[in-house]
Design a protein around this ligand. Structure first.
Ligand code: LLP
Length: 424
């Protein structure tokens, strides 16, 4: 469900014509719908209404302050993986006691900042990290609340780059060794065990892998409890998929029902870390066709957005639907590659796609781009990052200004030994 719809031939985001925004802010830009974001968050949250739970939005999917504030206003917490995401979550108004911190490579300064902020828990990914956190907490005279992120070795049946819960992946602590690690953690003076966590992958379109992981974690929790280790939080991570093309991911209600059914007799607060399912279909990348060309065998639509703006098609071969902003094409279709201005053949947003016969100047909306779109964008080819805009009803607001050429070189410096123009 989302609020990008045609009224006659004109694409609207909620009640604003997308072309109006393009006229005001230029292209390309990311466009998010407030109503869609809140609907997705509320639906997901309500789905778990029968059990004590906390929805910690995964900031990596979209870390814009306005997006995070909107979700925080609805009671959302945050799943973070860096000091930068901690900063953003706090700045957006997420309560520290609703922040969980995952990630295999937490730095000392990042751990210190999180301890100082008083986050809900660290999801520990290795025994060395456990010892490091204990040491840092001891120096700061604090007690770190921790969960071990266990790797349950289940196959999420998704793209290999985004599957994380297999034994061969770098994430988490092997579930078979986790009991031993928990016993070790219990002996440490400056950590307090509060939970168990896992995250098995992303864009998962079946319920079974989640249930498989839950069953394994449930068994671990029972063994921990028998050992006198009390678990208050069960963090099942994120990963629920969305529809980009023909996928049929489970509705959050079905996903929640299967989880709740398998949680009977468990006295824990459930934590979930959804990212994509909240923001993915709430956002689009709006871009303009610069040129078209035909090399005899292929038709190219050259647009003003590239792989630096939306990396997913180049990186994972992902599909994003492409819609005309003004559908004036009377149904005729051509087969085209939609390509950007970057100097790489991998710079495409769609390949061999049946599309309207776009002409130079036409606007297109690259759909389902709200998750891992802007947050993965870069300045490659010295391209300023694009603007982000949020629509609410009849209003729209620029929630991140387009970068300029000055922003590109901010922080750079030509040292004294390079001053002057003479070659010595
Ligand atoms: N929790 C942890 C610990 C994670 O690593 C992730 C995503 C999530 C939660 C949120 O997962 P989600 O609900 O969004 O599936 N760049 C890739 C996706 C990478 C996901 C990384 N981890 C993409 O564009 O598909």
């Amino acid at each position: 469900m989302h609020h990008f719809n045609y009224v006659a031939d004109e694409l609207y985001c909620e009640n604003v014509p997308v072309a109006t925004i393009a006229g005001a802010v230029g292209t390309p830009f990311y466009l998010y719908s407030h109503a869609t974001l809140s609907h997705h968050f509320k639906t997901f949250d309500q789905a778990f209404g029968k059990v004590p739970h906390l929805v910690c939005f995964a900031l990596k999917a979209n870390s814009n302050l306005a997006v995070v504030r909107l979700l925080a206003n609805l009671g959302g917490g945050a799943d973070i993986v860096s000091g930068g995401e901690l900063y953003r979550a706090l700045k957006a108004g997420v309560s520290p006691d609703k922040i969980v911190y995952s990630g295999v490579g937490k730095r000392i300064d990042e751990i210190q900042d999180a301890l100082r902020a008083g986050i809900l828990m660290f999801n520990i990914e290795s025994s060395q990290e456990l010892l490091a956190i204990n040491k840092i907490a001891s120096r700061m005279k604090k007690k770190a609340h921790i969960a071990l992120r266990v790797n349950p070795d289940v196959d999420p049946r998704t793209h290999p780059y985004i599957s994380t819960g297999l034994k061969k992946n770098k994430f988490g602590i092997d579930i078979g060794r986790s009991l031993k690690e928990y016993r070790e953690a219990r002996g440490l003076s400056h950590v307090e065990i509060v939970g168990v966590s896992c995250h098995i992958g992303s864009q998962i379109t079946e319920i079974a892998p989640f249930v498989d992981a839950l069953v394994k974690l449930k068994d671990l929790i029972a063994r921990l409890q028998a050992d006198g280790i009390d678990i208050r939080y069960l963090d099942l991570g994120g990963g629920l998929g969305i529809r980009y093309d023909q996928e049929e991911p489970p509705h959050p209600f079905a996903y929640a029902e299967a989880i709740i059914k398998n949680m009977q007799d468990m006295d824990v607060t459930l934590i979930l870390e959804p990212g994509r399912v909240i923001v993915g279909n709430a956002g689009a990348l709006v871009t303009r066709v610069l040129y078209t060309k035909n090399n005899g065998s292929r038709h190219f639509l050259i647009i003003d957005a590239g792989m630096n703006d939306l990396a997913r098609p180049s990186l994972y071969g992902s599909y994003h639907a492409i819609w005309p902003v003004r559908d004036k094409y009377a149904g005729e279709k051509i087969k085209a590659d939609v390509v950007g201005p970057i100097c790489e053949s991998g710079d495409f947003l769609a390949r061999d796609r049946e599309l309207p016969d776009f002409a130079p100047g036409d606007l297109m909306a690259v759909m389902s781009a709200g998750a891992y779109g802007f947050s993965m964008s870069s300045n490659y080819n010295s391209r300023p990052r694009v603007a982000e805009v949020m629509v609410k009803g009849l209003e729209f607001s620029v929630i991140r200004r387009r970068e300029t050429c000055q922003s590109l070189v901010r922080g750079e410096k030509v040292p004294d030994f390079l001053q002057g123009s003479q070659v010595k």
